[in-house]
Design a binder for this molecule. Structure first.
Ligand code: ADP
Ligand code: MG
Length: 233
């Protein structure tokens, strides 16, 4: 179980991480007598360096899928493998390390501390990552270096998302998970943010999973996965 936690390689190289895999995964929420089945036998394999878009109606289990992939939630049954390892086999410390160093999550909004500058946000996100990119370098890669000293709360929605993606790039996270990252953006910004996400794969070799409502976003991914009632349709 040491394979996951090698020290990060020199910039430009990539660790030997594998696909993200869901094997017959169930996630059932119980609240008293009420059961909600968020995932119902999900099978999915994402190859290394693949960019996939996950589409599906509200409540179909998209966010649950990401939470499980991020190690923030555990399946009720079935297995989630990320970076070659079943996450259930990781101890507390290893799981914490997986979340802190291997995964980057980009939400719809509020990815940043509004009172900190863009630069401070990127630094904060990558502070425990040996070999992290310099904050200004990461910001420049996503065309927001001129905004480095601006408080995140004063940036536009599109700029905030690009700073969040720059933070993911700075962390050199092999697995990038985005939950409707462009839901609050107009079409022009949607494109820019999308291109930034795709660049994470092209420039850093990350595997990128983007949950979206937008068929347009989905069409530019390597592959589209449709979720319906907690499984791949
Ligand atoms: P999506 O992101 O596709 O809208 P979610 O993964 O958020 O779907 O949710 C899938 C289903 O699981 C929904 O019916 C939702 O209400 C339910 N659900 C998600 N999280 C919880 C929770 N913590 N407690 C109870 N039900 C939940
Ligand atoms: Mg959701």
């Amino acid at each position: 179980m040491t394979s996951l936690y090698r020290e990060p390689e020199t910039p430009g190289e990539h660790v030997d991480w594998g696909a993200l895999e869901f094997l017959d995964v169930f996630r059932i929420h119980r609240s008293g007598p009420v059961e909600t089945v968020a995932l119902r036998g999900l099978d999915l394999r994402v190859e290394r360096g693949e960019v996939i878009a996950v589409l599906g109606p509200s409540g179909s289990g998209k966010s649950t899928l990401l939470q499980l992939a991020a190690g923030l939630d555990q399946p009720s049954a079935g297995e989630v493998r990320a970076l070659s390892e079943p996450l259930s086999r990781l101890g507390e410390r290893e799981l914490a390390e997986y979340r802190a160093r291997r995964v980057a999550i980009v939400f719809q909004s509020r990815n940043l501390w509004p009172q900190l500058t863009a630069r401070e946000n990127v630094r904060l996100a990558s502070r425990f990552v040996p070999g992290a990119l310099q904050a200004d370098e990461a910001l420049a890669a996503f065309d927001v270096e001129k905004r480095a000293s601006v408080r995140a709360g004063s940036l536009s929605g599109g700029e905030q998302q690009r700073v969040a993606i720059a933070a993911a790039a700075a962390r050199r996270a092999p697995l990038v998970l985005a939950d409707e990252p462009t839901a609050e953006l107009d079409t022009a910004n949607e494109r820019v943010v999308l291109e930034a996400l795709w660049a994470l794969r092209d420039e850093h070799g990350s595997t990128v999973v983007v949950v979206t409502h937008s068929a347009r976003i989905a069409s530019t991914a390597d592959r589209v996965v449709h979720l319906q009632d907690g499984r791949v349709a």
